[in-house]
Design a protein around this ligand. Sequence first.
Ligand code: BGC
Length: 350
Amino acid sequence: MTAAFFAGYGGSDKATSGDAKGVKVGVSMPTKSLQRWNQDGANMEKKLREKGYDVDLQFAENKVETQVSQIENMITKGCKVLVVGSIDGSALSSVLNEAKSAGVEVIAYDRLIMNTDAVSYYATFDNYLVGKIQGQYIADRLGLAEGKGPFNIEISTGPMDDNNVNFFFGGAMDVLKPYIDKGQLVVRLGQMTREQCATPNWDEAKAQERMDNILTTYYTGAKLDAVLCSNDSVSLGVQSALKSAGYNTADRPMPVITGQDANLPNVKAIVAGEQSMSVFKDTRALADQVVKMVDAILAKQQPEVNNTKDYNNGVKVVPSYLLEPKFVDKSNYKQLLIDSGYYTEAELQK
Ligand code: BGC
């Protein structure tokens, strides 16, 4: 943290729990359909309430119109700060203009909000590092740095409207592309661009359908060695396709498969040896950081940020706080997920 980050600091009235009493904060989350957003929403609500804020928490079921009208309501109801996990990062410009005119400050939560100057701050995990960790995991498991190969790999990433995917995909491909160029990795399908490998809405069923087609068309008589999956829902879809095609048996083990979020079904799959790894993003830490941002904004102070160059939303570089993601696999899940209280052993047994 440099002094420059605080250069704009002009406020003197400090935030205290007392000041927070009754101040309304809106938390708009994309969907309940994926475990992580439920955790994110619950953590935010709990931590804000503990500070004395009044919280309006809404989930938009992955429908942009629903999210827009929920945000409009939050503005009308007098929320002073909005924390928004966007569905389509480019679809909120006009509603956020309303927020700006009403003097409401906006924090982009996990996903950057694009093409608007109405977003003040961004808190997320280091999304490029998420991709790098996934790519490196595949490289290490296959022994690519030692020159091993050729291996067959396929790629399945997230939707075009999620800005994070640029970083997830970019980080992973920065590791894997050199091995593709050298012929140590072969993409039989031939699809290697973000567009070609996209999964609309991060939808598990769509990822499964695409992998079903890939396996039928390109892998009868050939073995798939690795699948880069950008998150856990995509990973689960891919795993179902592989199992229906006869993988996950003694003579046809699952390929190396990545994921992200450490969702419960995926951690179970890791323990069962069906998914190789996931990237753990501790949603408790993200919520803590965002609550600190809310406090600082309302005290007219400059929130803590640690990146002021990478997250350009098309209109401005949004000052960001990036947290560190960690890989989780069979070797460290107990320490990372159980010992830290993220999950209980019992939840993993269910
Ligand atoms: C988040 C991931 C999540 C995905 C699907 C991304 O923007 O960063 O953690 O898996 O959305 O909800």
